[in-house]
Design a protein around this ligand. Structure first.
Ligand code: PGA
Length: 253
């Protein structure tokens, strides 16, 4: 049985004060969550707050990106070793916004994934098709390519050490959510592709759904056989919404 995970991706939002308020509310509400796992991924500067406010709670934290380099003259980048030093458990890798706005290729994503594993961080590998790709019937081809960057490049064991997030680009921040059937279909496809390499890794790996998940649709999405939780953007910025999604995961644990 896979433990559901609900991870909040705060993106580039908030302030020191907002981060503290949000965390304190989540902390208070999370007292009722025992079986599902909760994580928050704030912007880099607020990671020190996570250590301060979340140490000793069951809530984990992570980054939204990681450098593909180990250390040295890479102005503006943050290494996996540093993230580990700040107590991160997770690192989101290959989010569609980074693929889009920072020209991240599959090769770069695979390097970042490798860096995360080398520092004992759990990578959350984002995969997902655009609306145009879906409409042209290319969804499976695109998510397979995103997955294979790691599955073929680093192996099934590397996939098993991470988490996958299926995030259809057309559903991110748009308010349009994939239907539970649409999401389940892609999740099952991804798991099947991993199964072709390794049955145990396919059975164990958690595949999250992301893209306008909110309290009103979380229960049905997380209730699908191959959906093991959510990567939450907009709804992760409001404690009551985020906690309602965590409660849906708890009910499915
Ligand atoms: P959203 O974002 O929940 O606001 O759609 C999800 C994500 O980009 O991780």
């Amino acid at each position: 049985m896979r433990q559901p995970l609900v991870a909040g991706n705060w993106k580039m939002n908030g302030s020191k004060a907002d981060a503290a308020d949000l965390l304190n509310s989540i902390k208070a509400g999370a007292a009722n969550i025992h079986k599902a796992e909760i994580a928050v991924c704030p912007p880099f500067p607020y990671l020190y707050k996570m250590e301060e406010l979340l140490a000793g709670t069951g809530i984990r934290w992570g980054s939204q990106d990681v450098s593909r380099e180990t250390n040295g003259a890479f102005t503006g980048q943050v290494s996996a070793v540093m993230l580990k030093d700040f107590g991160c458990t997770y690192a989101i890798i290959g989010h569609s916004e980074r693929r889009m706005f920072n020209a991240e290729t599959d090769a770069i994503v695979a390097k970042k994934y490798e860096q995360a594993l080398a520092s004992d961080l759990t990578p959350i590998l984002c995969v997902g098709e655009s609306l145009e790709e879906r409409e042209h019937g290319r969804t499976e081809e695109v998510v397979a390519r995103h997955l294979d960057a790691v599955l073929e490049g680093l192996g099934a064991e590397a996939i098993g050490r991470g988490v996958i997030a299926y995030e259809p680009v057309w559903a991110i921040g748009t308010g349009v959510t994939a239907t539970p059937e649409q999401a389940q279909e892609v999740h099952a496809f991804l798991r099947q592709r991993i199964r072709a390499k390794s049955q145990p890794q396919a059975d164990a790996v958690r595949i999250l759904y992301g893209g306008s998940m909110k309290p009103v649709n979380a229960m049905e999405l997380i209730g699908q056989a191959d959906i093991d939780g959510g990567l939450i953007g907009g709804a992760a910025l409001k404690a009551s919404d985020f906690l309602a999604i965590c409660a849906a995961a708890e009910a499915n644990a």
